[in-house]
Write a protein that binds this ligand. Structure first.
Ligand code: 5GP
Ligand code: MN
Length: 349
C-alpha cells in the first residue's frame, strides 16, 4: 500500500501488519509515544508490534509491563521478520532512519507505508510516505496527541494512552522546565489528566526510582569530573568505560547528568561525554537561544533540538575532549556571548 496521498486513517484501516519503531537508546518520549500509539491502535481494533534498536531503561518499564516490545539487538531475527511482514510502519521520535542504528537497513529496504511522527529539526522527508513533523512542540508525545485529535479521534485516548503520552511530555520538558512555553501544551496535559493520567505517580515512577549506584556515579561526576570554563559560559563532564564499570553502570543511569552542568549560574552550554565500545557519545544542552543542534551537526555527526542535541565522535576520549576545548572559544564568540547577552537584557517581569 505505497501511496503517498493516503491519509492516516485510511493507512491504519487498510493495514494488516503494523510495526512501531523508536530510536536508539529509547528515552521517555520514545517509549511513551510508541507504547501510547500501540495502546491507541488497540483501541481502534488494530494490533501493532513495537521494536526498539536497543533496550530502554528500567524506569520506563511500567509502560510495557508485559515486556511486549522487541529489542532488536537481542532478538534481531524476530525484528527482521516483523519488519519484512509489515505493511505499515510508524517511526516515532526520530527524524531519519539512521537514528535506529542497525535497524536502518531493514527499514530502508521495507516497502511498507511509512509514517513519521516527530519533533526533531530536519526530517528526512524522502524516507517517509506521510510526515507529521513539528519542531515547535515539546515532544513527540505532544505531536502524537495533536495528530490523533486532528486525524483520528481524541476519544481514543484512554488512561493507558494518556499515561504514556504524559510520560513523554514530562521527560522531554525536564519536568516542565524547558520546551514548554506554549499554552497549547498545557491544554493537552489537562486533557491527559482528564483521561486518567496520574501525574504524581508517573513522575515518581520515572524520576524517583534510581539505584544507589546511580547516585554514587552522579556524585562522582559532579565531584571529580566536572570541568567549568567560566570565561566561555561552558561546563562539561566526561566518563570513560572503567569509571562507568566501577559504578556498575546500567542503561539510563546517566540520563539527566548533563543538566547538572547546565544548572550552574553563568553556564549556557553544557556537554557530557561517555565512552562506548566504538565511539564517544556526546550529549549537549544549552539555555535560551544558544543553539547546540548546529554544533552537534557540524562537529559531532549529530543533531537534535536547539537546546538539546547529541552526537558521536570516533576519536579517543582524550582527543575528543581536546577538540571540544578547542571549539569552545569560537562557539562562545559566535553563539553563546551574543545570544545570552540578548536574553539577559529582557526583564523577566
Ligand atoms: P541525548 O543527549 O538525550 O542523548 O539527546 C538529546 C537530543 O538530541 C534528543 O532529542 C535526541 O533525539 C537528539 N540526538 C541525540 N543523539 C543524536 C544523534 O546522534 N543525531 C541526531 N540527529 N540527534 C541526536
Ligand atoms: Mn523526543
Amino acid at each position: 500500500m505505497k501511496r503517498k496521498d493516503m491519509d492516516l486513517k485510511t493507512a491504519i484501516r487498510q493495514a494488516d501488519h503494523i510495526v512501531i519503531v523508536g530510536h536508539y537508546n529509547p528515552d521517555g518520549d520514545a517509549v511513551g509515544s510508541t507504547m501510547g500509539l500501540k495502546y491507541l491502535l488497540a483501541n481502534m481494533g488494530k494490533a501493532a508490534e513495537v521494536i526498539y534498536p536497543n533496550a530502554y531503561a528500567q524506569n520506563l518499564k511500567w509502560m510495557d509491563p508485559a515486556g511486549s516490545a522487541v529489542i532488536y539487538n537481542e532478538r534481531t531475527e524476530k525484528g527482521n521478520a516483523l519488519i519484512a511482514r509489515a505493511d505499515l510502519i510508524f517511526c516515532l521520535d526520530f527524524q531519519a532512519l539512521g537514528r535506529t542504528d542497525a535497524m536502518a537497513q531493514p527499514l530502508t529496504e521495507s516497502k511498507a507505508f511509512k509514517v513519521l511522527i516527530d519533533h526533531h529539526i530536519g526530517p528526512a522527508l524522502n524516507e517517509f510516505d506521510l510526515c507529521f513533523s513539528e519542531t515547535a512542540v515539546s515532544s513527540t508525545c505532544e505531536k502524537l496527541y495533536k495528530t490523533v485529535a486532528a486525524e483520528l479521534d481524541a476519544a481514543l485516548v484512554d488512561k493507558c494512552v494518556a499515561s504514556c503520552l504524559y510520560a513523554g511530555i514530562c521527560t522531554d520538558t525536564g519536568s516542565f522546565s524547558y520546551a514548554c512555553r506554549h499554552a497549547g501544551l498545557f491544554h493537552i496535559v489537562a486533557a491527559l489528566i482528564e483521561r486518567g493520567a496520574d501525574t504524581v505517580r508517573i513522575h515518581r515512577a520515572i524520576f524517583d526510582t534510581f539505584s544507589a549506584s546511580r547516585m554514587y556515579l552522579l556524585g562522582y561526576c559532579l565531584h571529580r569530573k566536572l570541568v567549568v570554563m567560566p570565561a566561555y559560559g561552558t561546563a562539561y563532564i566526561s566518563l570513560n568505560i572503567e569509571e562507568m564499570e566501577q559504578f556498575h553502570y546500567q542503561a539510563g543511569d546517566l540520563e539527566g547528568v548533563v543538566n547538572y552542568a547546565l544548572s550552574i549560574e553563568g553556564v549556557s552550554f553544557a556537554a557530557f561525554f561517555t565512552q562506548r565500545k566504538n565511539r564517544i557519545r556526546i550529549s549537549l544542552r544549552s539555555k535560551g537561544e544558544v543553539d547546540v543542534n548546529e554544533f552537534a551537526r557540524q562537529h559531532f555527526n549529530g543533531g537534535g533540538h536547539k537546546n538539546a542535541a547529541g552526537g558521536s565522535s570516533f576519536e579517543g576520549l582524550a582527543e575528543t575532549l581536546a577538540r571540544f576545548e578547542r571549539l569552545v572559544p569560537e562557539f562562545y564568540e559566535k553563539e553563546i556571548k551574543p545570544k545570552r547577552t540578548a536574553l539577559a537584557e529582557i526583564p523577566l517581569i
